[in-house]
Design a protein around this ligand. Structure first.
Ligand code: 5GP
Ligand code: MN
Length: 339
């Protein structure tokens, strides 16, 4: 893995700087884990680093050290904009197009400061001066480890930084179910040597659901479930009323879409949720079936081959019809031909 001009970046960071670290809307474990890992790393050198995200993150991530300092643009636009406007350099983590961070992206685009992109999504936009982009990486957290390695500084990576990195790797790989490589397993071995208690991390990340979330999961797998086995496809549908009935908050639906893929017959799963004024689609697939293409071609979105997302401004009914309408042409990729 290489980063062009790494020496210039090293020189820039050899003086104490005001550093803005930003990640994407609806931040997940990788967005928050990578941002906090970099925050702790740069803070060790006396940089004045701040993490900002467009919208709030799941409360399950509150255990991560430093999460209490994260600025959320939806809650505190003035402070967040001020932070970006005063920064000497900005790190953009776990996203590759400035529109993915809404207003915060406009503020960043207007600033003539060095911009660094560290990301693993497909088709990056060309807005950064420095890029560490690897679409084969499991997670942006893996790339933060690589970045510190490129700075020849893995000795500074302590157990706090290691815990943040390990968390993002766990969430983005579904606890090592996908996106793995022998390189990744070597990295997590190093992280464990730094003192990470991975069992405790897994408990914090995956065994900390509320009763409400489990009841919601039950609903999603019964009333909310729509299966089309003839197309190897399953949907979970949540209406605006469901959001009210179950008091669904950010992060409550995290991971639910993956249950669709736990069925042998299902190769393509979609969580379709009706929000105020738009419909959000969270797409997952197995094997070679590419949901990134579906998200970017039809739902103004993007992501990875096996995990992508997008939105529709159409009604829930029309959005579902549009997605269902795509299935016949995709059938060959979704079901094994009968002999
Ligand atoms: P999730 O379904 O967990 O929200 O997102 C899965 C993947 O797709 C993530 O890597 C996320 O960054 C990406 N993604 C989700 N929603 C969008 C979207 O609206 N636009 C783009 N470009 N990517 C998205
Ligand atoms: Mn990620």
């Amino acid at each position: 893995m290489e980063m062009e001009n790494i020496e210039a970046l090293k020189t820039f960071l050899s003086t104490q700087r005001k550093v803005a670290i930003v990640s994407h809307r609806n931040p997940d474990g990788d967005a928050i884990g990578s941002s906090l890992a970099l925050f702790h790393y740069l803070s060790r050198y006396g940089h004045d680093a701040t993490v900002a995200v467009p919208s709030d993150f799941p409360r399950i991530l509150n255990f991560l050290p430093g999460s209490e300092y994260i600025l959320v643009h939806d809650r505190d636009a003035n402070k967040t904009d001020e932070m970006v406007n005063e920064a000497d350099i900005v790190f953009c983590l776990d996203f590759n197009a400035l529109h993915r961070i809404d207003k915060l992206g406009e503020t960043i685009a207007a600033r003539d400061i060095p911009k660094v992109m560290i990301d693993h999504h497909l088709f990056p936009e060309d807005f950064a001066d420095y890029g560490l982009v690897d679409t084969t990486a499991s997670s942006t957290c893996e790339l933060i480890y690589d970045f510190i390695g490129l700075l020849d500084d893995l000795k500074t990576l302590d157990h706090v930084i290691a815990e943040c990195i390990f968390s993002g790797i766990l969430t983005d790989t579904g606890s090592f179910k996908y996106g793995t490589s022998s390189k990744l397993f070597k990295i997590v071995s190093e992280l464990k040597d730094k003192g990470v208690n991975d069992v405790e991390l897994q408990n914090n990340l995956f065994n900390s659901q509320s009763i409400k979330q489990i009841r919601l999961l039950g609903y999603c797998l019964t009333t909310g479930l729509e299966l089309y086995p003839e197309y190897g496809t399953g949907f979970i549908v949540l209406t605006k009323e469901d959001y009210k009935k179950f008091h669904i908050k950010r992060g409550d639906t995290e991971g639910i879409v993956n249950y669709l893929l736990s069925m042998r017959a299902i190769k393509f799963g979609a969580l379709i949720s009706e929000r105020d004024g738009f419909v959000k689609l969270s797409l997952r697939s197995k094997g070679d079936f590419n949901v990134q293409e579906i998200a970017s071609n039809h739902f103004n979105g993007g992501g990875h081959k096996n995990a992508a997302g997008g939105i529709s401004k159409d009604s829930l009914r029309n959005t579902m019809d549009k997605l269902k309408g795509l299935l016949p042409t995709l059938k060959e990729q979704l079901v094994e031909p009968k002999h």
